[in-house]
Unconditional design. Sequence first.
Length: 334
Amino acid sequence: MREATPGQELDVGGGSSLHFKDQTLQQVARVSVGGARVRVVLANTFGTQPLRIGAAQVALRDKGAAITAGSNRVLTFGGITQPLVPAGALLVSDPVDLPVPDFADLVVDFYLPDDTAAAKSPVTFHPASWQVNYVSGPGNHAGAVTFPVAATTAYRRSDGLPSASSFFLSRVEVEAPQAAGLLVAFGDSITDGTQSGIDQNLRWPDLLASRLAAAGIRMSVVNGGIGGGRVLEDGVDDGLDVAVSHDALELDLGPQVVGQLRTAIALGDPLLPPRALDLADAQRWEAQAQELHADGFERLVADVGLYLLHAVTSWVDTGLDATGAGADVVGAAP
């Protein structure tokens, strides 16, 4: 069993080498549009055994591993405080009243009383969340104002790149008090945030959300990217066909949140091995567009920006329009 330890180095790809036993996870989720109520979606998507949650809370983050005193709310799931997340499933919490400002950091704590290694069930995790999360020592510390950090989920990949992971957390949903648009960004590591920096919130969807807000456009931007993900073909996960149905169409947000516009941006990936797009590719793009349109989404598509041997060193907001794609982009710095 590999436990979370400072300075750890983990392989790129594959299942999680980290496991938890009688520990609390504190994980950070940044929102683009604030609101008055919150609910949390836990994930045991790849698990083959139920995942027991001993306690769960959500709160506003202060800084580091500390929360804003008095902001913590106990989470229940169908009225249950210690739920089981079924194998292969998501579990949505009951909504809680919590005023959340735009671009705030929320903290989700949940206590894992069982030994995830002994369960021999794959751990559902986001290997490169680019957000450091925190792991306690033994015990239930959900809702602690100052979280007792024993380790973090930061690590250095075997290729030398620093990164961080999140575990068993699908998303956080905020109910906006007024009509707002929804934009879901699909893509691979570029969308996911590779080399945008740890704890910087400089992924291109983050920058897009900031630019929309600066322009007076109230738009919630959801990052559906994952490193190694593909659009026309399966990669480390299922292709966009499955991602659309699992990640975008399942967002049951209601008219209070989605009032003006729903958009999905798909950032295309290189075809591996390289080949020209053919009629079958075009037909898949069309089928995906029709599925999104049927659920009320508009769809924008762009190709991957220029890069050199995948050695992208940093990301900058160019402020320019992509002449090839006809949409605002975030470009790679040389």
